[in-house]
Design a protein around this ligand. Structure first.
Ligand code: FRU
Length: 528
């Protein structure tokens, strides 16, 4: 894993600032070179709560993943970034690259605010046919499509302060130039929330499709060249959850299991209004004819019932058309208050989405990418679990536990992680009451914001198989739980003040536990 030294980081920062200062329209008027205090980037990723195998910025504030795109052997991860503080501020696009989406290399900031506004969330595409004319056929441009948020407009009470802009890179994401004709989609809708464009190339209709959100619905646009866009249709006023503003849409076609059937999935994040409070991501399954999205159902489903998977979207241009998802592992209810020191927030592990059909209903499954398995080393594998004695956890909070559980309405499964300070994280499956739960109310530091430890997080669960697999992936400050091959997912942040050192696996009926595996997880930031 390549990491920059302090000196390298400073040199790179200066080069990128100079580059940004050169383009006239692209100059960030708010950042004056003379005023800039270059922060010392000196993390060795050992600060309290620092995730060891989830992406985090070296320092400062991060929110949504942006511009997820694969190009020439590299997976790019851009992200909402504020380089001057560990709370949200004028948004930039931070940047990292990876060959496998597990280990990451940090890159200099990709996009800076300019006179059209802060750089809010959006996506990136490889313009292979150079439809935009911003590159050449030999060297097709990477094009980022994002929202400009003009703070002066917002403060003046205007409604048109969010517009869409583009920027391009001819060196696989290292340097970016903003398009001189920005904004490419001005806001004439009269709706102030008008943001988060996701763009992809539509093979059927041979055009670019862009989906953005406008308050309580999604809007669909088309373009031949990424510069001129025309509005086609809207979706959602009458569909789904409306407890808050719609954000960060995504639209993709996906196969149904191993069949030849294909469906379209529309992801929509919403804040507030998620089932366990605050921010969450709902989805709709249906069809898209190149112009209009039609849902199979009026209601919505939730991608993840934990409280900490928000604004997630999927990669464009993956090598085998895999649908790979990354979400921001936080919640606007308390994102600004979490007890981390030099940085704030992490991304979820990358998850491959697949679609299944059961009894006429479609469900998304989320499964952590196989590449993650290289971080694992086996500690224990047992056929039948002895319930009396807890498992000792001797690798900090960096572990994965897997249980195969024989389901039956009268049996419950409980996993309880504890430490010497009586802090505990409890996960439970209760088939009789058709639910599964995460209780983090006594998991460690919880009182930094009242909503963090408010109640137990639960999700509906219906026994459908004789045996069900449970996979719990724990990092220093998060837990990701996948049940029934990723059909049920819960992601929660946790802040234990000491590592959990015991895991008690229990059930109301001994023989209901089939086998149990415990793995340690290696850090992506160190060679262990
Ligand atoms: C979602 C979001 C987006 C917006 C960005 C601003 O978390 O609110 O809608 O573009 O964050 O940072």
């Amino acid at each position: 894993m390549k990491q920059f030294t302090y000196l390298q980081a400073i040199i790179i920062l200066h080069i990128s600032l100079l580059f940004n200062a050169c383009g006239d329209k692209n100059t960030n008027k708010e950042e004056n070179l003379d005023d800039l205090v270059v922060a010392e980037i000196s993390t060795d990723y050992t600060e309290q709560f620092r995730p060891q195998f989830h992406f985090t910025p070296e320092e400062k504030w991060m929110n949504d993943p942006n511009g997820l795109v694969y190009h020439q052997g590299l997976y790019h991860l851009f992200y909402q970034y504020y380089p001057d503080d560990i709370v949200w501020g004028p948004m930039h696009w931070g940047h990292a690259i990876s060959k496998d989406m597990i280990s990451w290399e940090h890159k200099p900031i990709a996009l800076y605010p300019d006179e059209l506004g802060y750089i809010f969330s959006g996506s990136a595409v490889v313009d292979i046919d150079n439809t935009s004319g911003l590159g050449t056929l030999e060297n097709p441009p990477l094009v980022a499509i994002f929202t400009y948020h003009l703070i002066e407009g917002e403060k003046a009470g205007k409604l048109d302060f969010q517009t869409q802009g583009i920027a391009y890179s001819l060196d696989n994401g290292d340097t970016w130039t903003k398009y001189e004709g920005n904004p490419v989609i001005p806001n004439d809708t009269g709706i102030k929330d008008f943001r988060d464009p996701k763009v992809y190339w539509d093979e059927e209709t041979n055009q670019w499709i862009l989906i953005l959100v406008a308050g309580d619905h999604a809007k669909f646009y088309k373009s031949d060249d990424l510069k001129e866009w025309s509005h086609m249709s809207d979706f959602g006023k009458e569909h789904g959850a409306h407890g808050g503003v719609w954000e960060c849409p995504d639209l993709f076609q996906i196969k149904v299991g191993e069949t030849d059937e294909e469906k379209w999935v529309l992801l929509i994040s919403i804040n507030p209004g998620a089932p366990n409070g605050g921010s969450g991501t709902q989805y709709f399954v249906g069809d898209f004819d190149g112009k209009k999205f039609t849902a199979e159902h009026k209601d919505h489903k939730w991608l993840d019932w934990g409280t900490d998977n928000y604004a997630g979207v999927t990669y464009n241009n993956t090598p085998n058309n895999e649908r790979i998802f990354i979400g921001w592992m936080s919640n606007w209810n308390y994102a600004r208050n979490t007890p981390t020191s030099t940085w704030r927030s992490a991304m979820t592990l990358p998850r491959e989405l697949s679609l299944i059909k059961e009894n006429g209903h479609y469900f998304l499954r989320s499964n952590v990418l196989e590449a993650f398995n290289k971080q694992l080393s086996k500690v224990s594998e047992q056929e039948i679990v002895s319930l009396e004695s807890p498992f000792e956890l001797d690798h900090g909070n960096f572990n994965q536990s897997e249980v195969t559980f024989k389901t039956n309405l009268s049996k419950q499964l409980k996993l309880e992680f504890t430490n010497n300070k009586n802090e505990k994280l409890v996960f439970e499956i209760d088939p009789a009451n058709q639910k599964m739960m995460i209780d983090r109310t006594a998991s460690g530091m919880v009182d930094f914001e009242p909503s963090f430890a408010k109640g137990i997080h639960s999700m509906p669960y219906i026994v459908s198989n004789k045996e069900v697999d449970v996979r719990v992936i724990m990092d220093w400050s998060s837990v990701e739980i996948f049940v029934d091959n990723g059909k049920y997912v819960m992601t929660d942040q946790i802040f234990p003040t000491e590592f959990y050192n015991n895991l008690q696996v229990s059930s109301t009926n001994k023989i209901s536990l089939k086998n149990f595996n415990l793995n340690n997880i290696k850090s992506i930031w160190k060679d262990e």
